[in-house]
Design a protein around this ligand. Sequence first.
Ligand code: ATP
Ligand code: MG
Length: 350
Amino acid sequence: MSLLEVEDLRTYFFTADGIVQAVDGVSFEVDSGESLGIVGESGAGKSVAVKSIMGLIRDPGRVVDGSIRFDGRELTDLSERELRREIRGNEISIIFQDAMSALNPVFTVGSQIEEVIVENTDRSPKEARTRAIELLDDVGIPDPEQRIDEYPHQYSGGMQQRAMIAMALACDPRLIIADEPTTALDVTIQAGILDLFDDIQEKYETSMVYVTHDLGVVREVCDRVGVMYLGNMVECAPYDELYRNPKHPYTQSLLNSVVTPDETLDEIDPIGGTMPSAVSPPSGCRFRTRCPAAFDDCSKATPPTYDVGEDDSHEVACLLYDETVSRAEPALHESDTDTDPAESGGTADD
Ligand SMILES: Nc1ncnc2c1ncn2[C@@H]1O[C@H](COP(=O)(O)OP(=O)(O)OP(=O)(O)O)[C@@H](O)[C@H]1O
Ligand SMILES: [Mg+2]
């Protein structure tokens, strides 16, 4: 059993403009000590998916279907009170992009971390202070004995982010969810925070779900990556496997649109078109309207998930990998994939 098992999750927003199908049938798992990246363009449903896990979807939104099991316990059955007392900031911590939304400007950094420790562990206030200093040290705050008594505004942006990570660690969570935690930071500070995530995972053996639109960031911190498109998880694989051997045409386009140091902007092949609305998404495969390999059947039904690759760790939701579907030769666009699904006959286990 995995620590976190999300199955066929559907989270919709019931708005005046229609039902936004923000997350529509997403499944993934995270093992103990494992780090899963979730990538995809803006609006793919990454934040809605992770907020659903934490029970943080508010009106007009609702988890309408699916299951979220944490350590075998069904979270969708829990009340807001149970989630707050037993799960949030206790078993599972979430880190957002904006550190100042998590830190209260009128209290010292230390008092906020100490409060989380006292509330969620058996430690006394005195022990909590010692632990808070330790945590600030762990996340790389210099002179933690002094800086613990400073206010958030006395910290730089990168240090605020580190303080927020210390706060997320304060209750010894088994899972940390980080939603674009470094996007607002400049590149060098971002690199330091990414190293910190690596260190934390090693030291605390915490599982992690790391949301980002940046595939380079995923490489730094994630063992496995799930790719989301318009409310669906289209592909999931270990990072190296996904990078070397992307199977879904969307993943291939996404990797093609990443600028590497030896490429010029002219060589980049951006994904054509824009993402359709989540209120009236395309029928069948939602990527088909932008997919260079789409064929007739793609519009008929949501594609099932196929196991590809050597073990069961690489999954892709695309009819190109269904041996039983006949189709006209698809016009796959250029990519640096090792295997062209069109050439390999589209077998489910190549
Ligand atoms: N409170 C809300 N009310 C209505 N629609 C919402 C609400 N929150 C999110 N959505 C919609 O849900 C979809 C998914 O949004 P989400 O924020 O999860 O995207 P994302 O993948 O996190 O994008 P980004 O990379 O920009 O953060 C979008 O179409 C968005 O407009
Ligand atoms: Mg988001």
